[in-house]
Write a protein that binds this ligand. Structure first.
Ligand code: PLP
Length: 367
């Protein structure tokens, strides 16, 4: 079979003969944390230059077999996505804007010279996997199942060129409430010597290599009591870009949102795009443009900028109370989350959990 659309590619299902016993699964779902436990199954689709996408299957979760010469291990030809499955009050399970993730996965694939997975096949893989592992989607408020699709080049060849063989996989991890004790503002650390991505680089692609480059500055952040890193633009080191894995917004005292405009080196978050839409629905203005670090510092001092937050699928919204660097601190580490930040978070999570009307048609039922 060498067809590539979900209508034509049939998933075969090989059920795990030894799924985790229900009592143990329920114990995990009581306190899943983040990214620590995985469900009983995974999805896999293979690709070769000759055959295209083929052999779509749901199989027991387990180790991959990789040749030590597989290109991903040497040249980091890898991309990934992150989205969540949300259980609604009637027991059904939904996800949020999966076609946006599927399109971004194609954009990332192009940049990393990997094959593009058709959108309907991406979405079908989520439906198939979550249907089999539905019992793993927790139901307590603000819990979810984090879905991690990814693609690796697995051709055994040490020459440097794009691979002729790749594999797409999806794994799922139950996730607890990110803020177990209510929304906790975070302090963030300014990366002064490092950049996340440069012009023409891979900053707009969701690839593992970007994360590898962010880990050393991330260590520096932890050492300074911060949980995330803020990166500035690589050329002038003047303008805000984003955090290691979240986009950033500032809020003016009149409620206007300000966020860096993506121009090639910023990852275009789906949470970011959704919050821009929801803010406009609420009658707030949104400015997407270059935002100088100095503007933030001046705005805090003058009282013009009253809130800041980071956003992404995992945390949804994390209020930023302070920005620290070697030379200065702006903001107040003990400040609570701001009004606009809280309102936007409640609106977005309300839609995701089926508590608010989905006026934009953002939800897709998975199981
Ligand atoms: C995934 C990611 C984000 C957030 O994107 P969402 O679609 O909102 O989850 C932001 N920045 C980086 C670098 C990312 O990898």
């Amino acid at each position: 079979m060498n067809t590539t659309s979900a209508n034509q590619v049939e998933f075969t299902i090989n059920r795990n003969a030894n799924p985790l016993p229900e009592a143990e699964r329920n114990a995990i779902l009581q306190n899943p944390g983040f990214g620590k436990y995985f469900t009983d199954h995974m999805a896999t689709i293979d690709w070769t230059r000759e055959q295209g996408w083929h052999d779509a299957r749901i199989v027991p979760y387990g180790p991959l077999q990789l040749d030590p010469a597989a290109s991903v291990l040497h040249y980091a030809q890898e991309i990934f996505e992150g989205l969540k499955a949300y259980r609604h009050a009637d027991g059904s399970v939904w996800t949020f804007r999966p076609e946006a993730n599927a399109l971004r996965f194609q954009l990332s694939a192009r940049r990393l010279a990997l094959p593009e997975l058709p959108v309907d096949l991406f979405i079908e893989s989520l439906k198939q996997l979550i249907s089999v592992d539905k019992a793993w989607v927790p139901s307590a408020p603000e819990t979810s199942a984090y879905i991690r699709p990814f693609m690796i080049a697995n051709e055994s060849f040490l020459g440097v060129r794009s691979a002729e063989r790749a594999a797409y996989h999806v794994i799922v991890s139950p996730a607890g409430s990110y803020f177990a004790k209510g929304m906790q503002p975070i302090s963030i650390w300014l990366a002064s010597e490092f950049s996340r991505a440069g012009k023409g680089g891979t900053g707009e692609a969701k690839c593992g290599g970007n994360y590898a480059a962010s880990l050393l500055p991330q260590q520096e952040a932890y050492a300074n009591g911060c949980s995330q890193v803020l990166f500035l633009d690589a050329e002038e080191h003047t303008y805000l870009e984003e955090l290691g894995g979240m986009n950033i917004f500032l809020v003016r005292k009149d409620g206007t949102l300000i966020t860096p405009k993506p121009s090639g080196s910023i990852l275009k978050g789906i949470t970011r795009a959704s919050l821009i839409q929801l803010a406009e629905d609420m009658g707030l203005k949104v400015e997407e443009r270059k935002v100088a670090l100095q503007e933030w510092r001046d705005g805090i001092n003058s009282g013009e900028i009253t809130e800041a937050f980071a956003c992404g699928t995992a945390a949804v919204i994390a209020p930023i109370s302070a920005l620290k660097s070697k030379d200065f601190i702006i903001g107040d580490e003990n400040a609570p989350a701001g009004k606009v930040t809280v309102a936007l978070r409640n609106k977005l999570t309300g839609i995701q959990y089926g508590l608010e009307e989905d006026t934009h048609g953002w939800l897709t039922r998975l199981a």
